[in-house]
Design a protein around this ligand. Sequence first.
Ligand SMILES: [Zn+2]
Ligand SMILES: [Zn+2]
Length: 565
Amino acid sequence: MEVQIAIERYLLRCGFTADLKSGSEGGRVFRGVLDRAGIDPIMVLIWIYDWSLSKYPVIYLKEGERYYNTVSAHINWDRSLCYIAPGEVVLNAFAPESAIELCLETASRLISRFDACDPTLLTDYRDEFNAYWSNDRSRIYAVDGLVKSHYHLHIDNVKERGVWLVSPNRKEHNHLYEYFSNGNECFTAFSGAFVITSEENWPKDIKLPLPENLKEFLEWVRINSPKSLLSLVRLLSLSIFWERAYPTVIFKTQNHSLAAIFKLDMEFIESKKLTVGSLHALGGFRLYVDGNPLVKLPMIRCNVEDASVDAVYARNGSPSFQGKNILVIGAGSIGGFLVESLAMVGAGLEEGCITIIDEDYLEIGNLTRHVLGVDDLNRYKSEALQEKIEREMPYTGINGIVGDAQQNLNFEYDMIIDATGQEAFSRWLNREHLSHLMKGGNTPILYAWLEGEGTAWRTLLVDSLDDHACWECLYIHGKDGDRALRFPHSNEPVNYRHVGCKTIVPYAATAAMQAAALACEAAVDWYQGQPSPRFRGGHRSGRVYEAFSNRDLEKQEGCLACSKT
Ligand SMILES: [Zn+2]
Ligand SMILES: [Zn+2]
């Protein structure tokens, strides 16, 4: 309340008046004059609806004022000014007067750029052109750049979300590419959407109104690139373009791609007394003949988003494990989160593959600790995991094997990750691995496991026989077959739970996520040529996270596994 009063007083002092009628949606509207930064005064409305100022006040040009009917950078469709880049400026509600003054000042500076016809406005306009171009929720995700035709994005409710996919069909592509190649302009045809490439930056001019129908579109394209207009007119004379209900043109320009989807529905065809199948006869240069009904064809302006591998993985820095074959043993809690993490960092790309082997199926008790959910109950985890990753991350090569890892083990992988967390299995695997290395093999194994009741998570990389510890080196063996961890986190006994003849160690999903994250990072480091430190971990005592000294571990003298090899 204090902030609101301070802001209102300040605006009144600046000559604004409160608009009593228009505050119905919450907040208040003020009318007044922007006159900072040496500009000619200009009337605006300021709508403040968030008095904490975490949402910026909205400043609208007043009807009849200069620029009110202008298409420009930083003027939104509702005549509000885009005067602050979101996230860049934080308004301080503890100093409301200076916060509001900052808004008036910044908005005035924007107006002064308009007044001066600042050429950088065109650059800004191009940068944010997607925001202006789109007049529909539709999106085209261009998945091209893919080599295989079966790599589609699998998305449900395609129509409801207005998602259009541009999927490459090589045959069609090559055929039309040859047909249409035209200097540096070329067509690339996909199913239903035709791409015209332009070497220029679009749009050419900031004040150009955006097209609503085919006629306006032709004019808009002409101004941006006469050469592209020729390509477009040729395209419009082809029957193949008019075969589908929503013929689509995508202009791939230097700075972005944009699409025009024409609404060629039966309603339009009947209202204009057109004949399906002969629309192309009205296309081409006939479009410039007076009275051609096709020019009234309404269009959807739709943004095209790059959905290529590079774009999808862009926020990862650069993806890891491309072309690598990774075997993950165990699709339990750790294995599930691990496979998902590996896919997200890029494993399985470029002919690489994540193979998961597991023989269990998903049970009720798994639900709260597993990356899979109710949909996959009573299915084999490895198969369900494969389907989940294929559905959500379609660029990932993945293969789920149902079976026993001991019977199916081979070392023909770039890396093997043991995510079983089962001591007996890991002991067996370690012996097999040491003999693989003895015979000159070089496949590394990364072990990931939890200790205690999920209070400690560990990974160990075994990548050579030379200097470093094997998995067994982590155990001290007594005389009667008793053994203990060499580096125990805690000596607290674990409260095992017994369900039928199964033994369950209670821990929360978060413990498995910690182990999976640790393993994924260790694997990425190995991929990047930095296997050290090979022994890593983290743990907590109650609410305290304690430091674990990650290190390369030396062999244990007299290790039952590696000292005898
Ligand atoms: Zn803007
Ligand atoms: Zn050893």
